[in-house]
Design a protein around this ligand. Structure first.
Ligand code: DX5
Ligand code: ZN
Length: 224
């Protein structure tokens, strides 16, 4: 299982150094949480395309960047994140009206496309689109902030997606990646890995005052 850092718990005045530290530790994928002050329950704002662009410029082209859009108007604005340098755009199934259309548009723009579901959203909502997705993301916290507790009840959903994707691949279909996001740390990374997750987003478990990103990452990877 690969680890992608979320930067929500970083000191934003030191974002460049934090990202450099993550890259030095061996990270090759960065997860950027975009919130618009409207869609998430706590109505908070994180950052928009300008920050995504600066991060892309800082990291160069070799690092994979996904934008997790927790916004009301993803269908109208996803292109701003694509233009800013995201490799993969992830839209919430609960926030879009026409999944087929946005999947098609993002792909035609030459970007990878993913859908994400909230902890209380039925997995059946994304299954009709699975064959067309580069990635499916299961939220293991209610979106809105870093540092929340992991919700183990998403296990069934993750396992169901793993088996659907394996079936899809066995039939010559797309190898859709399976990601989990929220509350993953050294104490539960092995568990989510055993469910068949390909990539775990880790925010506060990596970027915290207790240890360096390198040490925290090593603790997680050696636990797997
Ligand atoms: C939640 C975000 C996450 C999250 C990850 O809304 O999508 O990416 O902050 O942070 P931790 O690992 O601290 O839960
Ligand atoms: Zn996220």
């Amino acid at each position: 299982m690969d680890i992608a850092p979320s930067i929500l718990t970083a000191d934003f005045t030191e974002l460049g150094q934090v990202l450099d530290e993550a890259i030095d530790a061996g990270i090759t994928w960065v997860h950027l949480d975009v919130m618009d002050g409207n869609w998430v329950v706590n109505k908070t704002i994180t950052f928009g395309p300008a920050v995504v662009r600066s991060i892309r410029e800082r990291l160069g082209e070799d690092v994979f960047i996904d934008c997790h859009l927790m916004i009301t108007n993803a269908e109208e604005t996803w292109e701003q994140y694509a233009d800013a340098g995201a490799n993969l755009i992830i839209a919430h199934i609960e926030a879009i009206e026409d999944p087929e259309e946005i999947i098609d548009e993002i792909r035609r723009a030459g970007k990878e496309v993913g859908l994400v579901l909230n902890p209380d959203t039925d997995v059946g909502e994304v299954l009709p689109y699975l064959a067309d997705l580069d990635l499916v993301l299961v939220m293991s916290v209610v979106p809105g902030k870093g540092g929340q507790s992991f919700m183990p009840e998403v296990e069934d959903k993750v396992r169901r997606l793993r088996s659907k994707i394996d079936h899809q691949v066995a039939n010559g279909g797309r190898r859709t990646k399976l990601m989990i996001d929220g509350g993953v740390k050294a104490n539960n990374a092995k568990l989510v890995s055993s469910w068949g997750v390909d990539i775990a987003v880790v925010g506060s478990g990596l970027i915290n005052k207790a240890g360096s990103i390198k040490d925290n990452l090593e603790e997680i990877t050696s636990s797997l």
